[in-house]
Design a protein around this ligand. Sequence first.
Ligand code: ATP
Ligand code: VIB
Length: 287
Amino acid sequence: MFPIRRLCCQSNRIMAGVMKHVTDYTIHANRGSNHEAAGHSGRQGNHHSESSAVLVLLNYRLPRFTPLLWSQACLRVCADGGANRLYDELPQFFPRDDPSVVRLRHKPDVIKGDLDSIRADVRDYYEKLGTIIIDQSHDQETTDLHKCIRFIKESTPQLDKTLLKVLVVGALGGRFDHEAANINVLWTFANSLRIILFSEESSLTLLPTGYVHEIHVDRSFEGPHCGLVPVGAPSLSTTSTGLYWNLDQTPMSFGSLISTCNILDSDVVTVVSDVHLLWTTELRYEP
Ligand SMILES: Nc1ncnc2c1ncn2[C@@H]1O[C@H](COP(=O)(O)OP(=O)(O)OP(=O)(O)O)[C@@H](O)[C@H]1O
Ligand SMILES: Cc1ncc(C[n+]2csc(CCO)c2C)c(N)n1
């Protein structure tokens, strides 16, 4: 029998105000101010029993809950042009504050990539603040997200990777080739890291085969729509509970059935499959 793999990537509570979307991801790893944050070496203090969040910002529209994830992350990494998004868009989430003050409060620990998209003024700004900038322009085979995830994996050896969650914002809804590459990163690191891709509208993560996935959803802001998609290979048998349209040793593949436009029917969804599946939920906000 497969071991149980508990996933609370969407456990949270709703807050009033602009930032209605609070996501704690079972993470209690806010390590205080940014200046006390983990840094590039990933120093984390003693929280081996806690789960930790690393935030990666990509070069596409940042979701409104980015400041919240920022505040909960112990390490913040920008993938190349993701630094432009941080510089340009973060202040917009704090309309009452002076943009320059907001920027000072949000210094990334690391900017990494081939650095062909980060603007010179943005690079200068964060370099002067002390952000570590890693130029990997020699590598034109892997994407900036891939480079960042590899960095996270290699620079946090002391963290229990089963507890570490890598939250990636700006990952969905933009250019399709980038989206496909972002999803490919889920496969590349399937057996080593829990990675969750976000846009404003959706969360997306990989359910590796070999486990009974117990997914704890928060229906106060997740759903009702959700999906289970066999992107990498056809499934001969997938079984689920907690969905309106459950699967019962059901085959799925592109060209026949894939489970999209499904509906959450419980706070706990379980999934067992013979292949890696994508799990996606819709994200909702108060009007
Ligand atoms: N439109 C988009 N949609 C989704 N993800 C994106 C998009 N643009 C960039 N990204 C993500 O952000 C990362 C950094 O983006 P950046 O624009 O710096 O990459 P790039 O390699 O310079 O892209 P390009 O192919 O445009 O040269 C990418 O690796 C990708 O993961
Ligand atoms: C078969 C193949 N297709 C596309 C690329 C291009 N490419 C893939 S990742 C990357 C870096 C983007 O920052 C670039 C340029 C390649 N190398 N090999």
